[in-house]
Every structure is written in C-alpha cells, then in structure tokens.
Design a protein. Structure first.
Length: 182
C-alpha cells in the first residue's frame, strides 16, 4: 500500500472507542443529510448504535481518523464471511478531504492492510450516485465497478446504495504499517 506523502503529522487513525459514539453519529449523518441531501437518519443505521458488536467482531473493525483530537473521518470493514469484507461508513469531513490532509487514503490503506493480513480476498462496497468524488477515489485505489447482481449474498446493501464496487486482494507478506489493534 502507498501512503499519502503529504499526510498531516497530527493525523492519527485508530480503532473506534465508545467515547467517540456521538461524534461518529454527528459526522456521518451530517455528511449524508446536510452535504448530500440523502434522506436517512441515525435511527435507520442501527450499525452505528453498537459499533463494537456490529463491526469489531470476527475479522472486521471500525477506524476513526483524528486530527488535533477532532474526529475527521471514519471507515469500517464488515466481515461477511467467505474471505470477503464490506467496506462501509467511509466518511471524511469536507475540510479534511483531499491529498493535503490525507485521512481518506490513510483510512483506506489501514483497512486494506487489515483485510489482507486476515486473508480476505475481496472487498465490496456500495455507495450512492451522488458521491462522485468517492467514485473517483475508489477507482484510483483499484476498485472496479460491478453490477448489484455481482455482489455476494451476504453483502448488506443499503437502500440508498446504487453503485457497487469490488477490489480483489492479493495475500501480502508485508507487515501492517500501522497495526490497529482491537
């Protein structure tokens, strides 16, 4: 994996801890509703109300990016079995997006390293047509668009998902750059 050379030195990525619960909800729902006018509420996303039980089980995890102690991004890997994972809840604050601050790339790199170290072979994701910059980001990071019919049966598509991607992983003998312990 490559890391963003311009990453901020004060940017830290770590696994989710319950004390960040309300910040995570505020960040994700705020971006969905306020920036992209997606009609979804926190209540319609039960996974966000018990992140440890939903994401931090089996080979899954949920990471947060903090800059100067402030939550600026999230990403989750849901273990869906069969050496496959679902990338979910990738959100970065508007003022922290882009190559200058690098949280999106750092979050994705850690997720991919984690998945590879746990013998996952494929990562799938669903997104909305409105997230155009996200589409470019995923494609730049070797995700290929697939039809919904190409998703594994265990993939948890959300009602707002209209565009789907897959990335095949090769087993790597390289150690995780930043081991994100549970």
């Amino acid at each position: 994996m490559t890391t963003t050379s311009e990453a901020r030195p004060d940017l830290h990525v770590r696994p989710f801890r319950p004390e960040l619960q309300s910040d995570v909800l505020d960040l994700i729902v705020g971006i969905q509703r306020d920036e992209f006018d997606i009609d979804i509420t926190a209540e319609q996303q039960p996974d966000l109300h018990d992140i440890p039980a939903f994401y931090q089980v089996r080979d899954g995890n949920f990471w947060v990016a903090l800059a100067d102690g402030r939550l600026v991004g999230t990403i989750a890997l849901l273990d869906i079995g069969n050496h496959q994972g679902a990338l979910r809840k990738m959100f970065v604050r508007r003022d922290s997006r882009g190559s200058k601050s690098g949280p999106a790339q750092r979050l994705l790199d850690i997720l991919l390293d984690w998945a590879g170290s746990r013998s996952m072979r494929e990562i799938f994701l669903g997104t909305t047509a409105k997230f155009l910059a996200a589409h470019r980001f995923y494609e730049k990071n070797a995700f290929s668009e697939i039809a919904k019919s190409g998703l594994p049966p265990a993939f948890p598509a959300m009602s707002v998902d209209t565009k789907f991607y897959r990335r095949r992983l090769e087993r790597s003998a390289t150690p995780i750059r930043e081991r994100a312990a549970r």
